[in-house]
Design a protein around this ligand. Structure first.
Ligand SMILES: NC(=O)c1ccc[n+]([C@@H]2O[C@H](COP(=O)([O-])OP(=O)(O)OC[C@H]3O[C@@H](n4cnc5c(N)ncnc54)[C@H](OP(=O)(O)O)[C@@H]3O)[C@@H](O)[C@H]2O)c1
Length: 212
């Protein structure tokens, strides 16, 4: 597929870029700064996810848009990047006629056993709450975009550097915990799950999650 990737310079997006290229997809990275990714064979162009015109221009002729955008802590405004980004990506995809959108979202809107959102539970780190609320608002925007083939992938509580195992569980709207009570995944395993979803389309117009 021809894939337009937003966030390719980020922690998650760079793992996704590597996985896409390794599976033979032709990747164009769209970044605000126009910078490249060392050692990964992809095209780079400048585009801001929050600008529908720039998104549409970059998305012309692409088969899918993948987004792993996120705010820089302490620099960017969470809502501007996450909600503004979702609005720009949705409007830009429509304008370009690209239906498939696979988005890295937040885990705070996943549900715990009581039915509460993780972000509403007492132990949720207060510093993460504004970003988690913006991610939840972005999910609502995707859920309303029923003319697009979107998938929103929530990372588990913790996503970190580590091995590429290919072994993890997939879930829907509920947080997945392992036997030790941890909810975690590595960047490379997250990237496998995202590209699996892009390749297979098992979760069209749904939110999914994954964890060990
Ligand atoms: N447990 C969880 O819920 C959890 C955990 C970790 C991450 N996440 C979410 O996953 C996403 C990715 O996280 P990360 O750690 O990989 O982020 P990151 O390393 O901070 O990277 C963010 C990327 O977003 C790009 N970006 C930001 N605004 C943009 C815009 N308007 N247009 C185009 N590109 C834009 C940046 O590229 P340029 O600056 O080059 O443009 C950068 O490549 C974030 O939304 C984050 O909140 C969730």
């Amino acid at each position: 597929m021809n894939v337009l990737l937003f966030g390719a310079t980020g922690n998650i997006g760079s793992a996704v870029a590597g996985e896409l290229v390794a599976r033979g997809h032709r990747v164009t990275a769209a970044t605000r700064r126009g910078g490249g990714l060392d050692g990964v064979n992809l095209a780079v162009r400048r585009a801001d996810a929050a600008d529908p015109v720039q998104v549409a221009e970059a998305a012309a002729g692409q088969d899918a848009i993948v987004s792993a955008i996120g705010p820089q802590h302490g620099i960017d405004d969470d809502e501007k990047v996450l909600v503004g980004g979702a609005e720009g990506l949705i409007a830009g995809a429509r304008r370009a006629g690209v239906k498939r959108l696979v988005v890295v979202g937040g885990g705070g809107s996943l549900l715990v056993a009581s039915g509460q959102r993780l972000l509403d539970t007492p132990d949720f780190p207060p510093a993460w709450r504004p970003g988690a609320l913006s991610q939840a608002a972005a999910l609502d925007l995707y859920r309303a975009a029923d003319d697009l083939d979107w998938t929103y992938i929530s990372p588990p509580f913790l996503i970190e550097a580590g091995e590429r195992s290919g072994h993890f569980r997939l879930g829907g709207d509920e947080v997945l915990y392992d036997a030790q009570g941890a909810s975690r995944i590595t960047y490379p395993d997250f990237a496998i799950a995202l590209v699996d979803e892009l390749d297979r389309g098992n979760a069209i117009r749904r939110r999914i999650t994954l964890a060990y």
